[in-house]
Design a protein around this ligand. Sequence first.
Ligand code: UDP
Ligand code: MG
Length: 318
Amino acid sequence: MDLSIVISLYNEKESLRELTDWIVRTLKDKGLEYEIILVDDGSHDGSWDVIKSLPSEFSGPVIRGIRFRRNYGKSAALYNGFKAAQGEVVITMDADLQDSPEEIPELYRMIKEEGWDIVSGWKQNRQDNKLTKNLPSKLYNWTARKITGIKLHDMNCGLKAYRREVVKSIEVYGEMHRYIPYLAKNEGFTRVTEMPVHHQKRKYGKSKFGLERFVNGFLDLLSLWFLSTFGKKPMHFFGFTGLVTFLLGFIFAVWIIVEKLVAQANGLHFRPVTEQPGFFLALAALVIGVLLFLAGFIGEMVSRNAAERNHYNIKEEF
Ligand code: UDP
Ligand code: MG
């Protein structure tokens, strides 16, 4: 199998036939053996009935369907699509006709011939609401570039192409579909590039994600950054910050006490230790330092018991 096209969808029944038809027309004379995997993320608008009727209506690709019993989210849908995919190249796209199937041949060629691990779409003339999507998205992508070190303008574009090993090596979970290039980077796939793609207005239905995506997206980014930096050695993070905080508190406390004793011994005016605001700051720092240390120990116990504590992605061996 040359190519798998994975499409996650939630209540998109009006688009599905049109999308499939467009893909089939685009790839008609390309000589590719390919499959279309439609993952129905718990739709309740009759999308599944449309999906079931597609294999008999189109010849050319193998058309497969996966249906969730309930709505789990786009990451879960992609995860299952990736598991099922058999093609050497795997392309994901949204079901809402905002991504154009005409980009597929070029994406396929870039993976196959130019040897990229991931080619990510970069939406040109984005056809979404300027204020609620385009602007926050710029800020979000800038932050993501800084934290992940991956130079993409449009990290969360639904249209992307992958070498098969990439999708088989990563585990998309939670809402991490926004950061697949980062997940891949953490597994050692670094040949990532982008390709400008067309973007259409949503033709049917409505967007499934609101403004909360940016808050959640940012929190997920922090989690991923933490996991990739300290996930296997939590003590290095908590132990270090704990030690610094504790030491600061300790030095400060000692200083306050010594200052008082010296003043007292010389018969000068002095304030009782417990009447100084600095003392309470020092006390708080001591306690927080110990807590951070404890968090480090607990983190170590968690990561020691993690099933993947000795999981490494081996590229070659003989
Ligand atoms: N989607 C999904 N599960 C969900 C929400 C969305 O599979 O819980 C699909 C949706 O049907 C579409 C794609 O993810 O194919 C992108 O969603 P949407 O078009 O709403 O996002 P936007 O274009 O507004 O960013
Ligand atoms: Mg969309």
